[in-house]
Design a protein around this ligand. Sequence first.
Ligand code: NAP
Length: 170
Amino acid sequence: MTVTLWMAVSLNGMSAREDQSEDFLSKTDWEMFLELVRACEGVIWGRVTHQLFEQSVRSHFAELPIIVVTQNSTLSTKPGSIRASSPQEAVALLTRPGSNRILLAGGSQLNAAFAREGLIDEVILAIEPVVVAKGIPMVAPNAPDLRLSLVGVEDSRSPTLRLHYRVLKS
Ligand SMILES: NC(=O)c1ccc[n+]([C@@H]2O[C@H](COP(=O)([O-])OP(=O)(O)OC[C@H]3O[C@@H](n4cnc5c(N)ncnc54)[C@H](OP(=O)(O)O)[C@@H]3O)[C@@H](O)[C@H]2O)c1
């Protein structure tokens, strides 16, 4: 099972502005995200991202398993969305024989938690040609470095670049 971290970011790694707006991202980012969702067993994201994006993702994928990670044991979820209390529990909920890819789709805090637990196997980024000075970084500051090996670069949808990396695990 491969856990793939997906994020659409500015050139300097911002995933949203401080007010959560994503005006500097593009339609291409969204299309790349939907392609990845189609190729995975399910999506894991943090509670903040869940509340922002559940409806729009669900409108494309009625049956998609969505795992929302939260410390709130009373958070209510809609059909098809399941609560998990930790990154490990989230991965376990989607791990089945024959399944191959789980998408970790943010946000910053949950990505950092997955990085701390060594649970990220791949990183796929859509890079937009903009530098956003203030914002929410793709990984919150309380995370270790992730050393990466380049798997592929796609520039056919320029100016958005799609970068694919494998995480080097020691
Ligand atoms: N550009 C992109 O590709 C992209 C993708 C996704 C998100 N985003 C942006 O990222 C922003 C949201 O990121 P964020 O960092 O604020 O929030 P987040 O990571 O989506 O959610 C944070 C919440 O997740 C839960 N959580 C995180 N780590 C946990 C752990 N180890 N155990 C249990 N629960 C845990 C907590 O929920 P509780 O507080 O309920 O306990 C925490 O408050 C939004 O602005 C969104 O637009 C951008």
